[in-house]
Design a protein around this ligand. Structure first.
Ligand code: PLP
Length: 443
């Protein structure tokens, strides 16, 4: 079996996610045969260093022996069971451990199986909490440039036209505030307060991606904004939903990004890294007070009846416990600090390249933003293909090249990637950029 044969078979029947299928006339779809550590291997014998953790999910390398072992053992005991009326130890252990890892106000856990569903659950619960307390608060506020997933509710609170514009007529009406990642922090907070005043009593929750707007070109902001947002939400009686689907589990340097602001949030959505990239799973954490608002006799109509067939999947929960074991046993956050410092040091030399506008870093996420590019030239495809030639898999967000590698990446591998990408950027032909490139450099 080779790449070409599998590619042809694939394209006969499969519609891939986040893809314009016609692009596969220009770029080769890559069938992956196996993976180990940070490397993916195809059927033609090529390898690729997975610099984006396979869509930000992988934490401890592919085919991790410790996690493989857990999966094998658990599949011989119990693979899955209905989660209504039944429960299982991996879910109980996981819920207990997550509650212990998060601030004291988060005491209850609702399970689902992907990030978008976690967002939907948090939105629905926050709306229904108010309704259970005889208040109808119909609006959610999100930030400009935000991304919270692809289901209708999650898209409604997102702000990336590319994904949502076409569905505008069927989305729910939401409010958008200026993002501290795009404008000055005080301007962003003032804009939020303006919305709170204009829609007083009608706002159920604000949903945010703490510190990094990942799909929004990895734009970053400071914890101080979150502190101000918490004060504002307390003043106007609005919930905060922290969507840590992408940044949870150590990505920004701390286990959960919002804790850097030393605040509590009302809902915490987690997914992706929760199973280290093994299986689909998500959770929403919230307070006893919120839980109690749904606790009543069945016929009172205040129940939260959301469910998904694979909710609390046993294999996924067992793996998630394994992920938490690794964090504990291998002192991961402290070990990551050394890699974070290395990335910061090596990243400095990007600042001298002509077409680099700025670099950004939040923990294990490093971004190089290039000057403005011509849309027609598809710079992301060019860089993706050049990187593949160097056995590196990166997937730029237009002119933002980012690294978000598995935490098991070695220092040598980080050096290799940074050196290689440096060369790739130096050699991008000038005609990819708009005629008057911005001259500002680096933050
Ligand atoms: C912040 C954030 N929220 C939600 C989602 C949606 O998660 P999923 O793709 O698992 O539905 C994503 C996906 O990238 C995300 O980055």
């Amino acid at each position: 079996m080779d790449n070409k044969t599998l590619r042809e078979q694939d394209l006969k029947h499969i519609f891939h996610p986040c893809s314009q299928m016609k692009d596969y006339e220009l770029i080769d779809l890559i069938p992956i045969k196996s993976a180990k550590g940070v490397y993916l291997y195809d059927y033609d014998g090529n390898k690729y260093l997975d610099c984006i953790s396979s869509w930000w999910v992988n934490l401890f390398g592919h085919c991790n022996e410790y996690l493989n072992d857990i999966l094998m053992k658990q599949s011989g005991i119990l693979e899955h069971t209905i989660f209504a009326g039944f429960t299982h130890k991996p879910a109980i252990d996981l819920a207990t451990r997550l509650v212990n890892l998060t601030p004291d106000n988060l005491q209850k856990v609702f399970f689902a199986d992907n990030g978008s569903s976690a967002v939907e659950i948090a939105l629905k619960m926050s709306f229904q909490y108010h309704k259970n307390n005889n208040k109808v608060k119909k609006y959610f506020v999100s930030l400009d440039n935000s991304y919270h997933g692809e289901t209708i509710g999650a898209l409604s609170v997102s702000d990336l036209g590319l994904y949502k514009e076409v569905y505008q007529e069927i989305l729910i009406e939401t409010l958008h505030a200026k993002s501290p990642a795009l404008v000055d922090e005080d301007e962003a907070i003032n804009d939020m307060e303006r919305l709170f005043k204009e829609n007083a009593g009608n706002i159920s929750a604000v949903i945010i991606e703490p510190l990094v707007q990942c799909a929004g070109s990895m734009k970053m902001y400071k914890p101080s904004y979150l502190k101000k947002l918490r004060a504002l939400c307390d003043k106007y009686d609005v919930f905060i939903i922290a969507d840590e689907v992408a940044v949870g589990f150590g990505r920004t340097g701390s286990m959960f990004a919002f804790t850097k602001a030393d605040i509590e949030v009302d809902f915490l959505c987690l997914s992706k890294g929760i199973t280290g990239g093994y299986l689909p799973l998500s959770v929403v954490l919230f307070s006893d007070d919120i839980y109690n608002s749904f606790y009543c006799d069945y016929n009172e109509g205040k129940s939260f009846l959301d469910s998904h067939s694979y909710t609390g999947n046993t294999l996924a929960c067992a793996i998630a416990n394994g992920v938490l074991d690794i964090f504990e046993n291998e002192n991961i956050l402290e070990e990551n600090n050394k890699k974070i410092a290395l990335m910061e040091e090596l990243g400095k030399k990007f600042k001298n390249i002509k077409n680099v506008k700025e670099t950004r870093q939040s923990g294990m996420i490093f971004v190089i933003e290039l000057n403005e590019v011509k849309v027609s030239k598809r710079i992301n495809l060019y860089i993706f293909q050049e990187a593949l030639k160097k056995e590196i898999f990166i997937r730029p967000l237009t002119n933002n090249i980012y690294f978000m590698p598995p935490y098991t990446i070695t220092k040598e591998e980080i050096k290799y990637v940074f050196d290689s990408v440096h060369k790739i950027i130096e050699n991008i032909p000038d005609d990819y950029f708009t005629p008057t490139p911005k001259t500002s450099h680096n933050v």
